[in-house]
Design a protein around this ligand. Structure first.
Ligand SMILES: CC(=O)[C@@H](O)[C@H](O)COP(=O)(O)O
Ligand SMILES: NCC(=O)COP(=O)(O)O
Length: 239
């Protein structure tokens, strides 16, 4: 079974745009789980443009599936928060301060020693670690030497090239996934996955355990409703 973890960043974006509590992030997250989501993902950014640190602490009390917190471990505030919240999983993403969105994975070769220390820091608190990486065989291979449990393949390139040729777009991800299996890493994926590109990816990338999807899913919910949308994404993942 490939888990669907719904990223609720964009619910917080809408909420923050008017300064109140509508939509209620906590209630929407509970409803996502009730509608079938097998996880909730948040990505608190240093400027708290959408998910606030307070949201993460509140979600810790209500998420009943798997809680996945994404962020940059170079931010001490982020690390301290994750160690306090103790989610099922932390996904380490090497984003800079002013990025519009995530746009690259870790250089696990150059930063191996640093990542080894960070992985141990979270492991000592019983938190599963996933490293956000580009679909590059050498980056996946080197990730195994950090001690991480999983890697998350950054799927923007797949999504943006999907329409030009699906097999060609997916090929690097299949090779990266095969390397993950070879070196004993678990496999997640995310970024720009949607109702059109998800099924082929899920059917062809070996060993995939979890996808985290936010922007497209929340956008689709504007047309289809949240419950129907989550069911549609789950249908794409049913193999
Ligand atoms: C790591 C990743 O791909 C997602 O967390 C993505 O960055 C969502 O972040 P935004 O919702 O801020 O675009
Ligand atoms: N890790 C990917 C994620 O959480 C959501 O990315 P997106 O679906 O908002 O592009």
């Amino acid at each position: 079974m490939i888990r669907l973890s719904v990223n609720v960043n964009k619910i917080a974006t809408l909420r923050n745009s008017r300064g109140g509590n509508n939509p209620d992030l906590i209630q929407v997250s509970k409803d996502c789980e009730r509608f079938g989501a097998q996880g909730i993902t948040v990505h608190p950014r240093p400027d708290e443009r959408h998910i606030r640190y307070a949201d993460v602490y509140a979600l810790k009390e209500t998420v009943t599936t798997e809680f996945n917190i994404e962020g940059n471990c170079e931010e001490k505030k982020f690390v301290n928060m994750v160690l306090e919240v103790k989610p099922e999983q932390v996904t380490l993403v090497p984003d800079g301060l002013n990025q519009l969105t995530s746009n690259h994975g870790w250089d696990t070769i150059t930063h191996k020693r640093y990542l080894q220390d960070m992985v141990k820091c979270f492991h000592d608190e019983g938190i599963r670690v996933s490293l956000f990486v580009d679909p590059l065989v050498d980056m996946v291979e080197a990730a195994a030497e950090t001690g991480t449990d999983r890697v998350e393949l950054y799927t923007e390139a797949y999504a943006s090239h999907y329409h030009q040729g699906i097999e060609l777009a997916c090929a690097p991800y299949i090779q990266a996934a095969e390397m993950a299996q070879k070196v004993g890493l678990g496999l997640n994926a995310g970024h720009d996955l949607d109702l059109h590109n998800l099924k082929y990816f899920a059917q062809n990338v070996p060993g995939l355990q979890e996808v985290s999807i936010g922007h497209a899913l929340i956008s689709d919910a504007l047309y289809y409703g949240l419950e129907n949308t989550i069911q549609m994404y789950l249908q794409r993942l049913a193999l």
